[in-house]
Design a protein around this ligand. Structure first.
Ligand code: DAH
Length: 355
């Protein structure tokens, strides 16, 4: 038994030398010192030893055990040091090296314009709302004083919601994708919170797709309703917007026009940035504009029929409305001259990243 124990110790010392990771070391510990390990196997011989020599043999076995244990701890310690050292080698970083900045995205240029429009009108107390994009015919057309025969109401201009071949219809008429943000007018009046200063910015849909039209686009619709609102207020609001959005030197004009939902109605023009509103540059006709003016969008004094449709008394209340395309307004500001407006919504990052 004595020689078995000595052999065991030598064997262990030999094996522990080659261990290079803590998992193997643990395996070795179990193999030699574990409950069913080699040492306890040898210890099974102890009862067979003659009584006189047994105690001495027991002591010797203990010494061997202690010796194996201490070389095990030594190996464990040096392994731990080696591993810690290796870790700091492997995970070393140069904190003085220039960093890799993460790529930072940004809002789509239409969203940027919407934020700016929203911010400017909020300074005048206009509250941004979003009235539905999927809408009843009543709000999109009927309440806006548009006759049943109006061309916008046939299927060549407007998207109708359908279940198979059947156009969806409910208590307020057919269901359409709003072709303009004017649907917000009657909806806002129905809420009955007077005075109204609303800016409804939303997606609009029309059956059109060419270089100057996308089937989905955006409009912002302003509506102000109160007692005794006049064209003077309309002008004030439009000038405020034009000068803050486009620049302090820009001027607006109202040009008579016709819309079913306003009376009188106007097209709003703004002085051209290129020729400064003159229409000519050194006797040569400006190529950007028509005689110094660019067309921004429609506006007018809300028609009494529309006020009535919104549930208010047109004898008591008056107001103005305007509705412009976000994309068009934004492109006029940036001077962005793109040959196909649909590129805005093709998700081509090479284009979008530029803004
Ligand atoms: N809804 C009109 C369109 O999409 C634009 C418009 C014109 C809105 C005059 C208005 C307005 O509020 O007063 O073409």
């Amino acid at each position: 038994m004595r020689s078995d124990l000595e052999k065991l110790k030598d064997e262990f010392l030999d094996a522990v030398k080659d261990v290079s990771d803590s998992l193997k070391l643990e395996e070795l510990r179990v193999e030699y010192l574990g409950r069913k390990g080699k040492l306890s196997n040898i210890m099974k011989q102890l009862p067979e030893i003659a009584e006189g020599a047994r105690k001495e043999m027991g002591q010797f076995a203990n010494e061997i055990k202690t010796s194996i244990e201490s070389s095990f701890s030594a190996a464990e310690q040096s392994l731990r040091e080696r591993e810690a050292h290796g870790k700091s080698e492997n995970e070393w970083i140069d904190i003085t090296a220039p960093g890799q900045a993460p790529e930072i995205g940004h809002m789509h240029l239409t969203s940027q314009a919407i934020e700016e429009v929203d911010e400017l009108f909020s300074r005048l107390g206009f509250v941004r709302v979003r009235h539905p994009e999927v809408e009843w015919d009543w709000y999109a057309f009927e309440s806006l004083n548009m006759p049943k025969t109006h061309p916008a109401r046939d299927e060549w201009e407007t998207f109708f919601m359908a279940d198979g071949d059947k156009v969806l219809e409910g208590k307020k008429g057919k269901v359409v994708l709003t072709p303009h943000t004017s649907n917000g007018q009657a909806r806002e009046m129905e809420r009955g919170r007077i005075p109204i200063r609303m800016i409804n910015i939303n997606k609009c849909y029309r059956r059109q797709s060419d270089v100057t039209h996308a089937p989905m686009f955006h409009q912002f619709e302003g509506l102000m309703i109160d007692e005794k609102v006049t064209i003077a207020e309309l002008r004030g609001v439009l000038d405020f917007f034009a000068q803050n959005f486009f620049g302090p030197e820009r001027k607006t004009r109202l040009r008579p026009h016709h819309f079913r939902f306003t009376e009188p109605s106007f097209e709003i023009d703004i002085t051209c940035e290129v020729c400064g509103g003159v229409g000519k540059i050194e006797e040569i006709k400006c190529r950007m504009c028509k005689e110094g003016w660019l067309e921004l969008g429609g506006a007018g004094m809300v028609h009494p029929n529309v006020i009535k449709a919104g549930g208010l008394d047109p004898e008591k209340y008056s107001g103005f409305a305007f509705g412009w395309g976000v994309e068009r307004t934004m492109m006029m500001k940036s001077g962005l001259n793109i040959d196909d407006i649909r590129i805005l919504y093709r998700n081509d990052l090479r284009f979008l990243k530029q803004f």
